[in-house]
Ligand binder design. Structure first.
Ligand SMILES: [Zn+2]
Length: 328
């Protein structure tokens, strides 16, 4: 797909260069004086400037003017280039340039507005512990618990949310201990037990806090050393979810095969996420969004009119010829 896009871009650029060449050629031929442009009507055979057609023959070479014809400025200019072709070429050039400007402007504004757009975002993921290279979870040494992460935040997509909450629940032995971040713009948390009673509070969730939560659900880090490693993972999970929740699901992907054997990790087993209703990156149409395209179209229209007038008048002067110098 990427190669296809590259080929498309190259083809469009080559076609554009050909179109520019054709249009430029048509304009050039229409407005530049052709070589050998006679000052007055000339003999169609030798080009000698005729002063009279009365004889029907060229006074220089004697050619029959009914057969050789008479070259005039008008037909010399018209043979060299076409006015409709020049105006069509000019129109295509202006339209092409306008298209490039409008396209570039819309890409830039769309990118910046998407980045700064306020969004609401919610996610709900479940993780299970796993030890890399330890028999794919079938090993009896992997502790049995689940991590439930729920977040519901508002903010820009660029980083830390401005408001919202995050809940991180550890469940084992049919009970659950939950870290609640009621305001995700801070790192303040409250740990509640299965009955909802407060067990501890703190700022910035650390691995040791997670160990306390393990104990609250009946898992003992003193007898299962792997719980220390899983506590580290949960600390990282919370930090990542607080720091960049809207990119959370993609930024947390771990290539398990690159971890040393026996590394505690958290595997996502289920989850959903999504942006809130009405939070599309495009948002409502803003009247100021129309200013740049309108100005671009206005400038392009002005340039097109000026260029067209120039081409038409320039040809009229070519055909008319140099003004006779006043005799002194
Ligand atoms: Zn002649």
């Amino acid at each position: 797909m990427f190669i296809g896009m590259m080929i498309s871009v190259v083809l469009v650029m080559v076609a554009g260069l050909f179109a520019i060449g054709l249009a430029g050629n048509a304009i050039w031929r229409a407005v530049m004086p052709p070589s050998g442009l006679p000052r007055n009507a000339g003999c169609g055979s030798c080009g000698y400037e005729l002063t009279t057609l009365a004889a029907g023959r060229c006074s220089e070479c004697g050619a029959d003017l009914l057969k050789a014809g008479v070259t005039t400025r008008r037909n010399a200019v018209r043979l060299a280039g076409s006015l409709p072709a020049a105006l069509t070429g000019w129109t295509l050039l202006v339209m092409g340039a306008t298209l490039v400007v409008l396209y570039t402007v819309s890409i830039v504004t769309l990118t910046s507005s998407t980045r700064s757009m306020m969004n609401s975002y919610s996610a709900s993921y479940t993780y299970r512990p796993a030890l890399t290279g330890a028999g794919g979870g079938a090993s009896g040494s992997t502790p049995s618990f689940r991590v439930q992460l729920d977040l519901d935040v508002e903010g820009s997509r660029a980083g830390r949310p401005t408001s919202g909450e995050l809940m991180l629940g550890l469940s084992a032995n049919a009970s659950v201990a939950t870290f609640r971040f009621d305001d995700v713009s801070t790192d303040d948390w409250v740990l509640t037990d299965d009955a909802g009673a407060m067990v501890a509070t703190g700022t910035v969730l650390a691995s040791d806090d997670v160990l306390a939560a393990f104990r609250a659900v009946g898992l003992d880090p003193d007898t299962d050393a792997s719980l220390h490693g899983f506590a580290d993972r949960i600390e990282e999970l919370a930090a990542e979810a607080l720091q960049n929740p809207m990119r959370f699901s993609t930024s947390l992907m771990i290539v398990a095969t690159q971890l040393p054997a026996g590394t505690p990790r958290l595997d996502q087993v289920s989850g959903t996420s999504g942006f809130g209703a009405g939070a599309t990156p495009f948002g409502p149409m803003n009247p100021s969004d129309a200013i740049v395209p309108a100005v671009t179209l206005g400038v392009a229209g002005g340039i097109w009119v000026a260029g067209s007038v120039f081409i038409v008048r320039r040809r009229a002067r070519l055909i008319e010829g140099p003004r006779p110098t006043p005799s002194v």
